[in-house]
Design a protein around this ligand. Structure first.
Ligand code: G3P
Length: 222
């Protein structure tokens, strides 16, 4: 297994913007260095550049549009987020769903700009389709568990196993993350035992009183 990856999606949470984004990124940097686990953050676009400049963590955009630079008002291109310091990008997050054609276009644009690609999916079938596009990662997140505080690792381990199998059958080289309700080291340990390469999470860290303590717990059983 490759080195585990934890990505903290700051979404549009008030606690995860501006100063809050900096606090979480600083904790990710410190605990990542202590533990040897890679902990990335996916801030809002408005925080992408300062976070990438000030903290030694991989920074991900939450979405990119699959268009080349040009006359596209309100779009965000791979070139723009790369220039702002992004290391990678989420694509097709459950809260930012795309058509299959748009996923393919975003993935191609990201690759062209040397961004690591994480395509989010909601079940084994869409995981297989995403894996066929050869992203760096697919991230399976059952939508009903997102933000629920109920961990996918415990509530639906079967979907993780089926998705890992579906992804690897289509593309043995693709790495798999899982997410939804992840908040403890035990959730992470189970996800890794089920064959994933890491987790994608949000509220468990972003809304915590002490995000650093949660991150420390997340890496504690790896
Ligand atoms: O992108 C992470 C995500 O959708 C899971 O959210 O709050 O359940 O960890 P959460």
């Amino acid at each position: 297994m490759a080195e585990p990856l934890i990505i903290v999606n700051l979404k549009a949470y008030a606690e995860g913007m501006g100063e809050g984004a900096g606090i979480i990124a600083a904790a990710a940097e410190e605990i990542g260095e202590e533990s040897g686990v890679t902990i990335g953050v996916a801030p809002a676009y408005t925080d992408l550049h300062p976070i990438a400049m000030h903290y030694a963590v991989p920074v991900y955009a939450q979405h990119i549009d699959g268009v080349a630079p040009g006359a596209y008002t309100g779009h965000v291109t791979a070139e723009q987020v790369r220039a702002a310091g992004a290391f990678g990008t989420l694509i097709n997050h459950s809260e930012r769903r795309l058509t299959l054609a748009a996923i393919e276009a975003s993935c191609a644009a990201a690759r062209k700009s040397d961004l690591q690609t994480v395509i989010c999916t909601n079940n084994a079938a869409t995981t297989a389709a995403a894996a066929a596009l050869s992203p760096d990662y697919v991230a399976i997140e059952p939508p009903e568990l997102i933000g629920s505080g109920v961990s996918v690792s415990k509530a639906d381990p079967g979907i993780i196993e089926r998705s890992v199998m579906a992804a690897k059958n289509v593309n043995p080289g693709v790495r798999v993350l899982t997410g939804a309700g992840i908040s403890t080291g035990e959730c992470v340990r189970i996800a890794l035992e089920l064959g994933t390469d890491g987790v994608l999470l949000a509220s468990g860290v972003v809304k915590a009183k002490d995000p650093a303590a949660v991150l420390r717990d997340l890496v504690s059983l790896i």
